[in-house]
Design a binder for this molecule. Structure first.
Ligand code: S3P
Length: 178
């Protein structure tokens, strides 16, 4: 028996990072994937690659409901991969009960939690965050209220409070999944 197993053997389920926009799911997820020797996937990037359109364009031409369908498809596709990956899920995936069920069954989710006022100080709306165009703080506060219990339900107690350090968040995630 080897004294230590390869990083990728430590945890056979997908690791999915959930949380509000700006909590660092992509940057933290990329590093966690590197540490575990796994593929990294990002829901928004999957949607954009699959449709050839930005999230903003999809919101503007087809509406939010159409985007939520694509978001759910991207999540299902990522979770269906046989090799365990690290997935940065788009902030809204927890709104759909079927997504929550899928996440609980097929993944180990970790909630990156942060105060909305911290998020507004470092966030940019950009082409994949049309919902933050007008009043980011109010929007993030509303999302925090609406979604916190959903993130909590899916993460089953695995929560990392994010501050300014990506490295600390990465260590927090690694500590919760190993
Ligand atoms: C959204 C989060 C965004 C993007 C879209 C909607 C949300 O993804 O999917 O703008 O409703 O929270 P990130 O969480 O990756 O920024």
């Amino acid at each position: 028996m080897p004294l230590s197993s390869p990083a990728s053997d430590r945890h056979e389920r997908h690791v999915v990072l959930i949380g509000l926009m700006g909590t660092g799911k992509t940057s933290v997820g990329r590093r966690v994937a590197m540490c575990l020797g796994r593929t990294f996937l990002d829901s928004d990037a999957q949607v954009e690659a699959g449709t050839g359109r930005t999230v903003r364009e999809i919101f503007e031409s087809d509406g939010e409901a159409a985007f939520r369908v694509l978001e759910a498809e991207a999540l299902a596709e990522a979770l269906a991969r046989p090799e365990p990956a690290v997935i940065a899920a788009a902030g809204g995936v927890v709104l759909d009960p079927a997504n929550r069920q899928r996440l609980r069954t097929l993944a180990t989710a970790v909630w990156l939690r942060a105060d909305p006022s911290l998020l507004t100080s470092r966030i940019t709306s950009g082409d994949h965050r049309p919902l933050l165009d007008d009043d980011p703080l109010t929007m993030l506060q509303r999302m925090h209220e609406e979604r916190s219990s959903l993130y909590d339900e899916v993460a089953e107690g695995r929560v990392v409070d994010v501050g300014s350090s990506i490295e600390e968040a990465v260590d927090g995630v690694l500590g919760l999944i190993s």
